[in-house]
Design a protein around this ligand. Structure first.
Ligand SMILES: *Cc1c(COP(=O)(O)O)cnc(C)c1O
Length: 466
């Protein structure tokens, strides 16, 4: 629909509400200490505005709740499975549709089939669970983001793109026979929720064809990516977003999705492809670890809600509001002099903590320190994407600085209104004025795999140097 006004409104009204967790600063300090400065360890009811993730945190529509009630819970051949399969086939064009309980289950199964020692998986950028599952299989995950992706300040329309020339160089070096898959993550979550252009997807496909490598989409945010293509890429302004999404999928040989993002549900996912040999092996793994092939670790009602969500997410009024809300937050932060990955991504804003807190050195986790300060001052929960999440470790287990120190403020879908976001912006304004008070952190305890989920930290003692 044409919208001539400057104010983009939430294109829904609220039918069910849930109270927010109001706490005092004093209480939050205790909560933070007890959580060992890891925001994953905080009880959600102690969080006021929860921007930890947009994964599984969205609000379902009345239609989806209706679907929940008519879900078919038959063990095999449930009607809800066929609704799910039909919707995903129609959208992606792939024949083999495998339900899974969430995105990483698809990754575990897929890389169990095609990964292994001596192999490489190439990508614009692997998401953290994707990387962990590739590496768990024994293979190596190689990222090839474009150069402008690492220039956070300067805006560019498609910072999620892959560097095709660098990919080709790598393929020639390692041999295509050792590279079973190229993963295009849309949008590129790890580097700012930035979109990939259709042109870049075409180039990646051309490269993969040339060397006989399969290309899959990690399509958690396919609708947001498609909408960015409509807004930013030449020739797509008049094209319905659904058709853009279909064109994206047509370029790939398969896809997997965390339905907790753009399928507008709280749990679920799928793995889809055309290759029968791979899909047969994947289904065996599915039955071993997830469940029978017509439910894959989900309830029938979940499959029903996903099928409906995949249609709703392509509503362009929804997408306009969705992309605008992240922009709105980004503009608010920039006005307070808070550096962000510019432009804002599809599902949130990524604050550049390295630039914002130059007094905290990377080995003292500036992004984690900022995330903790946000919670302490405003009850706002974001997530660190930096040394704690991605820092490699030396032989002694000490963290080596990651290339970026970001705090991601991910926006749950259809959950918060503009006043919540105005509040977040105001808190940031206060923090920007008082940022010198924020101290670095040090590790007390950290696990080998995905350390950011369980690590324990504490503030660096004054006088210990920064
Ligand atoms: C969330 C996400 C995953 C993992 O999915 P889960 O449902 O959290 O297991 C994989 N890739 C991308 C790009 C994601 O955003």
């Amino acid at each position: 629909m044409e919208w001539k006004w400057k104010t983009i409104i939430e294109p829904f009204k609220i039918k069910t509400v849930e109270p927010l967790g109001l706490t005092t600063r004093e209480e939050r300090l205790t909560v933070l200490e007890q959580a060992h400065y890891n925001l994953f360890n905080i009880r959600a009811e102690k969080v006021l505005v929860d921007l930890l993730t947009d994964s599984g945190t969205g609000a379902m529509s009345a239609a989806q709740w209706g679907g929940i009630m008519v879900g078919d819970e038959s063990y095999a051949g449930a009607r809800s499975y066929y609704n799910f399969e039909k919707e995903i086939r129609g959208l992606t064009g792939f024949d083999e549709i495998i339900p899974v309980h969430q995105g990483r289950a698809a990754e575990k199964i897929l890389f169990g089939v095609i990964g292994g020692k001596g192999r490489y998986i190439i990508s614009n950028s692997h998401f953290d669970t994707t990387r962990a599952n590739v590496e768990f299989s024994g293979a190596q995950a190689m990222d090839f983001p474009v150069k402008e992706a690492m220039d956070f300040d300067r805006p560019a329309p498609f910072k999620g793109n892959a560097d095709i020339a660098a990919m080709e160089k790598f393929i020639k070096e390692k041999g295509a026979e050792n590279i079973p898959l190229c993963v295009m993550t849309v949008t590129n979550n790890s580097l700012g929720g930035q979109p990939v252009s259709m042109q870049n997807l075409k180039a990646a496909r051309g490269l993969c064809r040339k060397y006989g490598i399969s290309m899959f989409l990690d399509c958690a945010r396919f609708a947001e990516n498609a909408y960015f293509i409509k807004l930013r890429e030449k020739g797509y302004a008049q094209c319905p977003v659904k058709e853009i999404a279909q064109e994206m999928f047509k370029l790939a040989d398969g896809a997997w999705m965390s339905a907790k993002k753009d399928a507008l549900v709280n749990i679920g996912g799928f793995l889809a492809m055309n290759d029968r040999t791979w899909s047969a092996k994947a289904r065996q793994m599915l039955i071993l670890t997830e469940g029978f092939s017509t439910y894959g670790g989900l309830a029938g009602r979940d499959l029903e809600a996903i099928a409906i969500g995949l249609r709703e997410v392509l509503d362009e009024n929804y997408l306009q509001y969705r992309i605008r809300s992240a922009q709105y937050l980004g503009e608010g932060l920039l006005n307070h002099g808070v550096p962000i990955i510019n432009p804002p991504g599809g599902h949130g804003v990524y604050v550049n903590a390295k630039k914002f807190l130059p007094h905290i050195k990377p080995h003292q986790f500036p992004a984690q320190a900022l995330a903790c300060a946000l919670y302490l001052e405003g009850g706002i929960r974001g997530v660190e994407i930096g040394t704690l999440m991605f820092g490699k470790r030396d032989k002694a287990g000490k963290f080596l600085p990651a290339p970026m120190e970001l705090v991601r403020l991910a926006m749950p879908r259809r959950v918060y209104t503009q006043s919540h976001i105005d509040y977040v912006i105001e808190v940031f304004g206060w923090i920007a004025k008082n940022k010198k008070r924020i101290k670095g952190l040090e590790i007390m305890e950290a696990s080998e795999i995905l350390p950011h989920f369980t690590a324990k930290l504490k503030p660096v003692k004054p006088g210990k140097g920064t």
